[in-house]
Design a protein around this ligand. Structure first.
Ligand code: CAA
Length: 380
C-alpha cells in the first residue's frame, strides 16, 4: 500500500493548488456574493487540463486518472466550492461521453468540454418529481423518423445555464418499463425546444448556477443517443458512481479550508488571557475536525484508486461520499463555532464553507441514497 501520489498525480495536484491560491481564492468571496464564475476562470481550468483530468489525451484530456482528478477537485474546492462542482460535473459528463459514446460523439464533444471555452457539461437526470428515484422520470423521447423528440422538465441542473452539451435522460418505453425504458441523449445547449429556467436562489454554491430545464418538442438526431435505447438508467448510475468520488473530494476540500482558517483564527483570537488555541475546548474541536478530514480523504482516495484500477467501486464511492459530505458539514459547523460571532458574519469565510458544504449530502445522491447503496451491498 502506497499513500504517496505518483509524479503525474502530484503534478496535477500542484497545478490545481497553485491555480487555486493564485487565481481562485482571491475572488472566492466575490463569486459567492455575485453568484457567478468569470468565464476566464473556466477557460483557465481547461488550459490546465482540469476539465478533463481522466479523459484520454486523444480526446483533449489530461489522461492523468481518477486519483489525480480527485486530488485536483479537492484543491479547487479548498478555494471555491462553486468552481469545484463546475469542474466536477464537466469532468463527469466528458467521461460518460468518452466511455459510452460513439467515436463521433466523443471526438465532437470531449475536446470542446476539455478546453472549457465553449460552455460546460451538464447532467440532466433529476426532475421535479424524480430526484432520488430517477426510475420514476416522466420526460419522454418519441422517435419520429430520423429524430427523437424530447418533452418534459428537468430540475436542479448544475451548470445548465452555461451548457455546451447536456446529457438528458428520457423515457422511451411506457412508465411500467421503469428503469429499463430509459435512454439518454446528447443535447446541445442551444438546441431549439430547450428552455433554460430561472436560476435557483440557493443557500450555498452560489457561483454555480442551478436551473430547471424545459423540453418542448426538442428534436435531436437519432445519432444523439448515448449508448443503447434501454441502457440510459445504467449509464446514469455508472456516471454517478464516478461523480460521487468528485463530490467526496469536494467535501474534503471545503472541510480543509474550514480547518485551516479555524487554526489561523484560534492562534490569533485571545480569551481569558491566552489565544483560544490554548484552550482544550478548542483543541478538541480542531482534533476532531482533522480526524474527520483525514478519514474522508482516505476513503475518497480508496474509491478513486479502485475506479482507476478498473475494479468495482460503487460501494466505495457511496461510502466516501456519505462520510466526506457529513464530515464536511460537521467540520464547517465547528469552524463557525470556533470563530464565534465573527463566524456568523460574511467577514470570515467560515459561514460560506458551511453553506457550500450543506449541499454535498444532497446532490449526486443524498446521504440516504448512499446508505441504501451501501446496505444493499452489505446484504447482497
Ligand atoms: N452501476 C451499474 N448498474 C447499476 C448501478 C450501478 N451503480 N446501480 C444500479 N444498476 C442497475 C441494476 O443492476 C439494475 O439492472 P438490471 O435491471 O439489469 O437488474 C438497474 O440498474 C436498476 O437498478 P435498481 O433496481 O437498483 O434501481 P433502483 O430504482 O432501486 O435505484 C438507486 C437504485 C441506487 C436508489 C438509484 O435510483 C440512485 O442512485 N438514486 C439517486 C439518484 C441520484 O444520485 N441523483 C443525483 C442527480 S444528478 C446530480 O445531482 C448532478 C448535479 O447536477 C450535481
Amino acid at each position: 500500500m502506497n499513500f504517496e501520489p505518483t509524479e503525474t498525480q502530484a503534478l496535477i495536484q500542484r497545478a490545481a493548488r497553485d491555480f487555486a491560491a493564485r487565481v481562485v481564492l482571491p475572488i472566492a468571496a466575490e463569486i459567492d456574493a455575485r453568484a457567478t464564475i468569470p468565464p476566464a476562470v473556466v477557460r483557465a481550468l481547461g488550459e490546465l487540463g482540469l476539465m478533463a483530468v481522466n479523459i484520454a489525451p486523444e480526446l483533449g484530456g489530461s489522461g492523468a486518472g481518477v486519483v489525480a482528478y480527485a486530488l485536483a477537485v479537492q484543491e479547487i474546492a479548498r478555494a471555491c466550492a462553486s468552481i469545484a462542482v463546475t469542474m466536477s460535473v464537466t469532468n463527469m459528463v466528458g467521461e460518460a461521453i468518452a466511455r459510452f459514446g460513439t467515436s463521433a460523439q466523443a471526438s465532437h464533444y470531449c475536446p470542446a468540454l476539455a478546453r472549457g471555452d465553449e460552455g460546460l457539461g451538464c447532467f440532466a437526470l433529476s426532475e421535479p418529481d424524480a430526484g432520488s428515484d430517477p426510475g420514476a422520470m416522466v420526460t419522454t423521447a418519441r422517435r419520429d423518423g430520423a429524430e427523437w423528440v424530447l418533452d418534459g422538465a428537468k430540475q436542479w441542473i448544475s451548470g445548465g445555464s452555461a451548457a455546451r452539451v447536456l446529457i438528458v435522460w428520457a423515457r422511451t418505453g411506457p412508465p411500467e418499463t421503469g428503469t429499463k425504458g430509459i435512454a439518454c441523449f446528447l443535447v446541445d445547449g442551444n438546441a431549439a425546444g430547450l428552455r433554460v429556467g430561472r436560476p435557483e436562489d440557493k443557500m450555498g454554491l452560489r457561483g454555480s448556477s442551478t436551473v430547471p430545464l424545459e423540453f418542448a418538442s426538442c428534436r435531436v438526431p437519432a445519432t444523439a443517443m448515448l449508448g443503447s435505447e434501454n441502457d440510459g438508467f445504467k449509464i446514469a448510475m455508472m456516471a454517478l458512481d464516478g461523480g460521487r468520488i468528485g463530490i467526496g473530494a469536494q467535501a474534503v476540500g471545503i472541510a480543509r479550508a474550514a480547518l485551516e482558517e479555524s487554526v489561523r483564527y484560534a492562534k490569533d483570537r485571545r480569551t481569558f488571557g491566552a489565544p483560544i488555541a490554548e484552550h482544550q475546548a478548542i483543541q478538541w474541536m480542531l482534533a476532531d475536525m482533522q480526524t474527520r478530514i483525514d478519514a474522508a480523504h482516505l476513503l475518497s482516495m480508496r474509491a478513486a484508486a479502485m475506479k482507476e484500477a478498473g475494479r468495482p467501486f460503487s460501494r466505495e464511492a457511496a461510502i466516501a461520499k456519505l462520510f466526506a459530505s457529513e464530515a464536511a458539514i460537521a467540520v464547517c459547523n465547528s469552524a463557525v463555532q470556533i470563530h464565534g460571532g465573527y463566524g456568523y458574519t460574511r467577514d470570515f469565510a467560515a459561514e460560506r464553507h458551511l453553506r457550500d458544504a450543506r449541499v454535498t449530502t444532497i446532490y449526486e445522491g443524498t446521504s440516504e441514497i448512499q446508505r441504501l447503496v451501501i446496505a444493499r451491498s452489505a446484504l447482497a
